[in-house]
Write a protein that binds this ligand. Structure first.
Ligand code: CP
Ligand code: NVA
Length: 301
């Protein structure tokens, strides 16, 4: 059966840890994997902008001996020019993998339902699984462990927060979400995390309570792609959730700062935190490359 990677929960706990081990090996000795996906084509469909996702998948598939095709938002017009099912049924005849970044999560599940080649989610409104995987690989590198690590995510209960909850469950970490009222993460995903291995999943509207004693403090933009019209209203609501020196100071003294990027300095995080020695945001960005190579190899081999 074709395996897809639409959310972190598509990999078991064992597969998640295996993926980190493979990604670490690929990072250490990339040449060993130069022909792992020789001649294979990855179609990359983007309905939203990207820097990291586009570059890391493009470079990643090439480092594995394959190649990518970038398909811009206007070219395919998913569901408008052509149905999602028909796009999948065409692509599977020509490529060996599909990466898609889009809006509704149902678009990627429908694509996967009609595709006999693996579909990888490069971000939807509900999940950003490759980000969550890169983030926990980074935590493993810096903290030397995953189980029992305390991650505090401060901000909107969004796609990134959801993937962090699912990844925390897969590795047995604690995750605390500190968000304004009305911006809670999806209750079903929180419940799934609690039932599937997270050391704990806490949702609080008090940012200081979320960050207290954390090993990792994580921030993301207050308005995600597709929510641009809400940006001004959200700015006023989210101010108490800014990760600044005072809030970061409530975490453990050796806590690290993480952000999926792009970041808005002076909004969700101050320059004093994101540009400090305790920030690992560019290590995170680099790990997108390594972890996605491991995911592609697992799915497309
Ligand atoms: N973090 C992330 O997915 O970055 P891009 O939106 O630039 O791909
Ligand atoms: N939550 C952000 C993440 C960007 C990588 C968004 O969806 O825009």
């Amino acid at each position: 059966m074709t395996r897809h990677f639409l959310s972190v929960r598509d990999f078991s706990a064992e597969e998640t840890l295996d993926t980190f081990a493979l990604a670490s090996e690929m990072k250490r000795a990339p040449a060993r994997f130069a022909e792992a996906l020789k001649g294979k084509a990855l179609a990359m469909l983007f309905e939203k902008p990207s820097l990291r996702t586009r570059v890391s998948f493009d470079v990643g598939i090439q480092q594995l001996g394959g190649f990518s095709l970038y398909i811009s938002p206007n070219e395919v017009s998913l569901g408008k020019r052509e149905s999602i099912a028909d796009v999948a049924k065409n692509l599977e005849r020509m490529v060996q993998g599909i990466m898609i970044r889009t809006f509704g999560h149902a678009i990627v599940t429908e694509m996967a339902a009609h595709s006999h080649v693996p579909v990888v989610n490069g971000l939807t409104d509900t999940h950003h699984p490759c980000q969550g995987m890169a983030d926990f690989l980074t935590i493993q590198e810096v903290k030397g462990k995953l189980e029992g690590v305390r991650v505090a995510y401060v901000g909107d209960g969004n796609n990134v927060a959801h993937s962090l909850i699912e990844a925390a469950a897969r590795v047995g970490a604690h995750i605390a979400i500190g968000c304004p009222e009305g911006y809670d993460p999806n209750a079903g995903i929180v419940a799934w995390g609690r039932e599937n291995g997270a050391a704990s999943v806490t949702v609080t509207h008090d940012p200081a309570a979320a960050v207290a004693g954390a090993d990792v403090v994580y921030a993301d933009v207050w308005a995600s792609m597709g929510q641009e019209s809400e940006a001004a209203a959200r700015k006023a609501i989210f101010v108490p959730f800014q990760v600044n020196d005072e809030l970061f100071g409530k975490a453990k003294p050796d806590a690290i700062f993480m952000h999926c990027l792009p970041a808005h300095r002076g909004e969700e995080v101050t320059a004093s935190v994101i540009d400090s020695a305790r920030s690992v945001v560019f290590q995170q960005a680099e790990n997108r490359l390594h972890v996605q190579k491991a995911i592609l190899k697992k799915l497309m081999s």
